[in-house]
Design a protein around this ligand. Structure first.
Ligand SMILES: [Zn+2]
Length: 467
């Protein structure tokens, strides 16, 4: 049966996920596989798949809600549901994406690892036709599957079996981007032991959550038009003081300052402080900070017309010049929402490409990478007194002295050491560790950018006073 209205609806949903300006914190539907009288696979260690699926789903829910998303579950108890009932529930929930959580089993005990199923219309199966909606949006399912698979295996340390085109009912019949995650094999002794381990299940949930996050549109993409002069009246100022999910958050002061300067946008008056962020998002925020600092430097120069001291300002970069030089980055297309800031940042050496010719604009940023990128901005602004291998190794040595988990030869050691030295970066927990490989959150990033702006202003002032 042709279901034209559904196709239209799904196209609208797909568009709302893709287009800037219409994005919001997502409504995510989790489907804990099996349940009730259907235990699913039974592990080599006696573990029931339905129990594992439900536990990981609940942990996933907590993680996603912490990041500001709305989460709904197809079942909230040990309940029997058919696949068609599940899809009906999913449809009625009107979510943005569907993640079905399962554990795998195979007749050979050796099979182990994680994989993610999605419907791929390049390989249609005539006996198992997909919904017309899914035929329209399968590429979104594919992107979601890739993002989740990557983050899941990174976080859980399981064998990477990749994303797999599938005609499974749950990924084929819905009307929103849908994936089915096979966390690990209950039929394999070492995988089954992982699934029995609470902390591994937690890491699996966090990995899936990070993957979802990386797939979803970035809050910074929601570019509010730079507020025109006088458009924010006295009435609006109270309203725009902070975001409604930041009231008692430790990073609120920084976020408020950045919001006032239009460096951060958030989504639907939320900041989503615990969400990770992508390279595109970080660079967008950094380039906005740069533009702000340039404006302030110019104002300062106007006030003090006699001043010959000029801010170290990079030559303006035009998009035309950027375009020709950036062509080699195979994954930065000029219709990317952050094409302009990414182009400027790449052309001025703030971000660099990967050996495979990509620049991975939508990759999630780690704390180490944050340090390296921010350090490049700092260095491009300040006198180059820190250059030279001597200074570099000193900074790296300093980092390894301050943070137990940053060795002198860590690739980001120099940047972490330098930023720590000038007060932009601090450790995590008790301050003795830096957690370089953990994804950085939006709250942490906001605090670093806020400190960066203060640092620049202090430097400008010092430069003026000592001249
Ligand atoms: Zn299953």
């Amino acid at each position: 049966m042709k279901r034209t209205p559904l196709t239209v609806l799904s196209a609208a949903l797909a568009v709302s996920i893709l287009l800037p300006g219409t994005a919001s914190a997502a409504k995510i539907i989790i489907d804990p596989g099996h349940g009730g009288k259907d235990p699913g696979a039974v592990g080599i260690n006696g573990l029931y798949e339905k129990t594992v699926n439900f536990d990981i789903s609940k942990r996933l829910q907590v993680s996603l809600e912490k990041k500001g998303h709305q989460v709904l579950l197809t079942r909230t108890s040990d309940q029997s549901l058919s696949l068609s009932e599940r899809i009906q529930i999913v449809s009625s929930m009107k979510g943005d994406i569907l993640v079905s959580v399962h554990a795998n089993a195979h007749t050979t005990k050796d099979a182990k690892g994680s994989l993610v199923l999605y419907y791929d219309h390049r390989y249609p199966q005539s006996r198992y036709p997909a919904s017309s909606a899914m035929i329209d949006i399968w590429e979104e399912s594919h992107k979601l599957a890739e993002a989740v698979q990557g983050a899941l295996v990174q976080k859980a340390g399981t064998v990477n079996l990749g994303t797999v085109p599938s005609a499974a009912y749950m990924v084929r019949m819905g009307d929103i981007p849908s994936i089915l995650v096979e966390t690990a094999f209950l039929s394999n002794p070492s995988d089954a032991a992982l699934l029995a381990n609470e902390s591994v299940r937690q890491r699996m949930a966090e990995g899936i959550s990070e993957g979802i996050d990386a797939y979803l549109p970035e809050p910074e993409q929601q570019a509010k038009k730079p507020s025109a002069e006088g458009s924010s009246g006295a009435k609006g100022t109270k309203d725009s003081a902070s975001f409604r999910d930041m009231a008692s958050h430790w990073a609120n002061d920084s976020v408020v300052r950045l919001k006032k300067s239009s460096i951060v946008n958030g989504v639907d008056s939320r900041f989503l402080p615990e969400r990770s962020l992508t390279r595109a998002e970080l660079i967008t925020m950094m380039e906005r900070a740069e533009a702000l600092e340039d404006r302030e430097a110019e104002n300062g120069a106007a006030e003090d017309a006699a001043s010959s001291k000029k801010a170290v300002k990079p030559a303006p970069v035009t998009i035309e010049s950027a375009r020709s030089k950036l062509l080699p980055y195979k994954d930065l297309l000029d219709n990317h929402w952050a094409y302009k800031p990414l182009s400027v940042a790449a052309l001025t050496g703030k971000i660099t490409g990967f050996p495979d010719g990509s620049i991975k604009p939508d990759n999630t940023v780690s704390r180490a990478e944050l340090a390296v990128i921010v350090n490049r901005y700092v260095n491009s602004r300040t006198a180059k007194s820190q250059t030279g291998t001597e200074a570099s190794s000193t900074a790296a040595a300093k980092a390894s002295g301050v943070f137990k988990d940053v060795s002198t030869d860590h690739w980001a050691g120099e940047a972490i050491g330098h930023l720590n030295q000038i007060g932009l970066l601090r450790g995590t927990g008790t301050g003795r560790t830096y957690d370089p490989s953990r994804f950085v959150t939006r709250a942490e990033t906001a605090v670093v950018i806020d400190r960066y702006l203060t640092y620049l202003q202090t430097n400008d002032k010092a430069a003026k006073e000592t001249k």
